[in-house]
Design a protein around this ligand. Structure first.
Ligand SMILES: C[S@@+](CC[C@H](N)C(=O)[O-])C[C@H]1O[C@@H](n2cnc3c(N)ncnc32)[C@H](O)[C@@H]1O
Length: 219
């Protein structure tokens, strides 16, 4: 099945609200724990989260790493608004900064001690620009962890995955999940993106039937 792009930004307030309310505990905490497992020596500095959505992952990182500050960037104003409230409620506003900005427009180079991103890449028309930007933003020796959905072989398999994992979620979330699966990349496509960007030090893992993870150190 060919990739079918979905709208890039999640800037419909109802869509952002449904996403913020959904229970991503297992996926998001799994992402944080995987980072810790991959990079046991990492403990301080600035963590940059690309496409941070409603802030759940920045909050989890700030809790786990008390000597870090987290900058989350998302170009959806409703997502950032929800994120700002969540950060305030978490009591971690002194170490988490969320910015409404396209990741492509983040200024500067070598500004991050770690870069993380969950579920952004499938929204993007130009995946190579994403890997290029990560390369620009990290300091040498910085850990990078990127996770996203894996495109299934057919629309029928995508629908079966939605039915299996989001059976009782609201329609808007099920619709977005389905469209995201169709817009996602395959493991081979991610491999060739990394090869083209000369990022083969980053390793790909496929931990379950619907995700891929790329992690490693960029020098
Ligand atoms: C599926 S959500 C993931 C949110 C969060 N990372 C999480 O795992 O909960 C993807 C987010 O990427 C944002 N996004 C899409 N294109 C973007 C871009 N070019 N720059 C910044 N954010 C973008 C969307 O607005 C959306 O909030």
């Amino acid at each position: 099945m060919e990739r079918i792009l979905e709208p890039e930004l999640m800037d419909d307030p109802k869509q952002a609200e449904a996403y913020a309310r959904a229970d991503f505990e297992e996926e998001n905490q799994g992402f944080v724990e995987r980072f810790k497992e991959y990079f046991p020596e990492f403990s301080q500095g600035t963590i940059l989260d690309l496409g941070c959505g409603p802030g759940d992952i920045p909050i989890r990182f700030a809790k786990l790493y008390p000597a870090c500050q987290v900058i989350g960037v998302d170009a959806s104003a409703p997502m950032i608004q929800l994120g700002e409230q969540a950060v305030k409620d978490s009591g971690l506003a002194d170490r988490i900064m969320l910015r409404c900005e396209r990741y492509e427009d983040i200024p500067g180079a070598r500004i991050a001690d770690a870069v993380i991103s969950n579920s952004l890449l499938h929204h993007l028309p130009n995946p190579l620009q994403f890997w290029q930007k990560i390369r620009q933003l990290v300091r040498p020796g910085a850990p990078v962890l990127v996770m996203d959905l894996l495109r299934p072989d057919s629309p029928e398999v995508a629908q079966a995955i939605v039915n299996q994992y989001a059976a009782s979620e609201p329609d808007i979330l099920r619709r977005d999940f389905y469209n995201s699966l169709l817009a996602a990349f395959s493991e081979d496509e991610i491999g060739s993106q990394l090869a083209r960007m000369n990022l083969t030090r980053l390793l790909i893992d496929v931990p379950d039937d619907r995700h891929w993870v790329v992690g490693g150190i960029i020098y």
